[in-house]
Design a protein around this ligand. Structure first.
Ligand SMILES: CSCCC(=O)C(=O)COP(=O)(O)O
Ligand SMILES: [Zn+2]
Length: 204
């Protein structure tokens, strides 16, 4: 199997798993996977990401421009994926909108971040110390995608990480598809946990 087909199938499998969690409401969300140093696969814009078709992804270059003749449009948010691959050695970037990540992004917007400590799941981010703190930045949601991508890029400081976009969604990236998916699942667990806890305590 060619590298292209291998990456396509890996990304399609991740898309199916995230779809099974219902994380692509209203055609939201976009995913990408690096194929080589010059190109990456990204979801086509506006598609129902719960469906698996031969038109789910297209190959783009480092500027997010289609690298082959196609009628498909790359995700409207491709520049965020470009920012990830342009600044790191990451191999996969995942973006989803969920109720929990939107609620958390709004509740903690004024702080510009949300932190988690003494929660087992932060180990997904390599935080194994007793008192380690996981910080997830929260950035404003600009309609201007180049502006959003520039703001997002400031928080790309390692080959894996996560950034919340206020009232929009989360973008995570990792060295592999498996790592990116692990981080996304850990974030969503932590957000759902926090929302549930706040509800129980009467905080919201
Ligand atoms: C209807 S969701 C609005 C756009 C968005 O935020 C998103 O994640 C999906 O855009 P895409 O162009 O990647 O389909
Ligand atoms: Zn989005």
């Amino acid at each position: 199997m060619s590298l292209f087909n291998k990456k396509w199938n890996e990304l399609a499998d991740i898309k199916d798993e995230l779809a099974a969690r219902d994380w692509f409401m209203g055609t939201s969300g976009n995913l990408s996977m690096k194929v080589n140093e010059q190109t990456f696969l990204v979801t086509a814009s506006g598609k129902d990401k719960r469906k698996r078709t031969s038109e789910d992804f297209l190959l783009v270059d480092h500027k997010g421009v289609a690298a082959e003749e196609t009628a498909l449009k790359p995700s409207a948010e491709t520049l965020l994926h470009c920012a990830v691959y342009g600044s790191t050695s990451a191999g996969c970037s995942l973006h989803v909108h969920t109720i929990a990540n939107n609620v958390i992004s709004e509740l903690y917007a004024a702080d510009g971040q949300i932190q988690f400590q003494h929660q087992e799941l932060i180990k997904a981010f390599g935080m194994w110390g007793e008192d380690d703190i996981l910080t997830i930045p929260i950035i404003p949601n600009y309609a201007d995608i180049p502006k959003l991508a520039a703001s997002f890029k400031e928080y790309i400081i390692a080959d894996y990480g996560a950034v919340l976009i206020r009232n929009h969604g989360i973008t995570v990236w990792g060295r592999t598809g498996l790592e990116a998916k692990k981080l996304l699942e850990a974030c969503e667990f932590l957000f759902q946990y926090k929302v549930t806890l706040l509800k129980i305590k009467g905080g919201i």
